[in-house]
Design a binder for this molecule. Sequence first.
Ligand SMILES: [Zn+2]
Length: 469
Amino acid sequence: MKYVFLILFINLLPQYAGKSLRRDDRYPKTFEDIKNEIAGYTDIAKAIIDLAVHGKAQNRSYERLAVFADTIGPRLSGSKNLDAAIKYMFSALQEDELENVHLEPVKVPHWERGEEFAMMLEPRNHSIAILGLGSSVATPPEGITAEVIVVASFDELHKRAQEAKGKIVVYNEPFISYGETVRYRSQGAVEAAKVGAVASLIRSIASFSIHSPHTGWQNYQPDVPQIPTACISVEDAEMMSRMSFRGTKIVVHLKMGAKTYPDSPSFNTVAEIVGSKYPEQIVLVSGHLDSWDVGQGAMDDGGGAFISWEALSLIKDLGLRPKRTLRLVLWTAEEQGGIGAKQYYQLHKENISNFDIVMESDEGTFQPSGLGFTGNAKARDIVKEIMTLLQPINVTDVYDNADGTDIDYWMRDGVPGASLHDDLSKYFWFHHSQGDTMTVQDPNQMNLCAAVWTVVSYVIADMEEMLPR
Ligand SMILES: [Zn+2]
């Protein structure tokens, strides 16, 4: 209740500031004008931060996510769990009294890993932890038993192509960065099949491991035979590499029951706070609701989805209504290559001139440090100015380039984009593994992330003019 009075008062400020600054429509605002307009949001930003970090909404996004993740579990594209998650969110957003809560249909891939295991038979019996990669084919029912060739790179594979025929290729590529190393996961099977291998096992794309395989999507190529492919732990990849370096013969038995079904019906989940003055103009905040089929998908991307929901909840709780529409989109089938986002883009791109900014949080909700931003220099200066409103929690940096599969389509067409920038040092410890659970999430960090997300989206949605592009 203590915010009501404050809001009535501060609500007047930006409108008043906007009018006084708009001396004459024929003259564009100077940057000084824009700075003043943004400074007019200082009290609103403080109110958002207070509510999210210290006030009644403290820990809410974490607690909501915990109930969701514990109740639904992991949410693979095409799965019953993902259907349940969408239903759950549809009800939850309605109960939260958000506006225009609806579902937009999308056909999504439906792959299931089935039963899978791997066993080293030579030089000794050892159970290898594996996770089949998304879209992998199965082995024959009796499995594959073959000798292993261990390589550290595609270059090495190509140099030793003659040796690879009929073997299982084990990649023991070093982890450099996700962006650089992930090609071993996405193209490892194709490259191995090109040189006649019968299966490929890929060292997980992880910066740290306690014997944990980390799954993810992989791609076949039309003219290359499809061979079964799975990821293995860093430990097993390194051990097999050491063994092969000593000249020890390694034989592995691999069995995978993976199956691809026809595409399934699914949905992007949408809710709004409709704008008061320019309702047709959109500030989009988002995260993806689907996940891999292991762990709880709490970090990837439960956190991003739930701080995006939290942004609308906080604004509603404060009795605020921005000039533009604030739209929450919870994407489906991001992990299969941004399928839901692609459909959404195709459906809505005719309104692209009304999209002010597209925001996605899909790289964790750990200690935030600022915002990744894609847009022109003028827009960047404005965003930098908006970030000064977050000085009370010391999250003010603006980094080059927003990152998010689901907002890429829009950014490529020139719509400004933003992503949450946070401490990624532990992200790839848990990414796409059984370890992605609520235990990874921290309520206080989520509060800070929600505050950043809310201040930025609210101010951009409420400023008199859209961001320049
Ligand atoms: Zn993700």
